[in-house]
Design a protein around this ligand. Sequence first.
Ligand SMILES: [Zn+2]
Length: 330
Amino acid sequence: MTLMDSYTRSVELWFPDGTVILRAEETHFRVYSGILSLHSPIFRDLFTLPQPLDDEVYDGCPVVSLQDGAEELGEFLKVLHRWSYLSNLFRDNNVPALLCVLRMSTKYDVTKLRESAIDALRCHYPQDFLKRLSSSPPSTFPFLFPTSRAGASLAISAANVARESNATILLPGALLACCSINPSSLIEPWQPHPLRNHIHSDDLPGLAPQNLYTVLKARNEIILFTRRRIFGFAFIPRDIPDCHSPECRKVRSEWAIKMDQEHPDGWINPFSPGSFVSSFARFGCVSCLEEAKRTFDIGRRELWDALPGIFGLPGWERLEILEALDRGYL
Ligand SMILES: [Zn+2]
């Protein structure tokens, strides 16, 4: 029995005539060194370096240990060995796998694959979110507005991978998704998550320190902006000149009290009207309904435009230019 026998063979990535065995954690992948070298200069260098004489060999194949997670390496190798796999990830909106592909393609310098992964992820962390919102409700952006623990964990992974892979164009959306997570959950250790385990090789749970600092700081700013500007019509009552209904002021303060009760950590989705507009449609006068709609629309547009800056990043236009420069388009 050799060391190899005590490890697991990948079910999907074990080609009997493969020329190299890659080991990640406890999983082995028997794949083709020529295909890896074709796509990745890092692998090309790795395979052309002279190997030590006592290097592990199994069934005539060199065994190479990598410091990657088995899942993330597996996703990456599947894409490199099966061209249709990437389009399956796109079709299935498989964001966890796309994050693995983004991280691995950046690390192993597979430029075009990295660009494809960023493009696919941009559909879920979009720069033109407000434009898309005009045809789809906020609920169609589950990765931007996570509502479950699994969704929150994925938001953390997305922010960490985007930061680590220098995919800055994805960061405002991913960090916004992290803002909707209760801060105490961000600071406390998290439940094990398969993707996260691979991302944090240093065992640091949760958000990467720079992301954590950014999110905690930005979250307060967004909460204040949301209350003052986006839903200010309810939280900071003022007289509306054409309103002659005593009922309206009551509707406004009752809505604000309800929001405070439902969101004890202060975070209200700034981009979803929720019950805000519909409350005035049902109980308010026409002037108040118009004012509610107007202030909500202006406020969320201002916030979206300011979002990258709130996270300490260059503005949207500059982020686009940086992404184009990175791809050699400019
Ligand atoms: Zn009114």
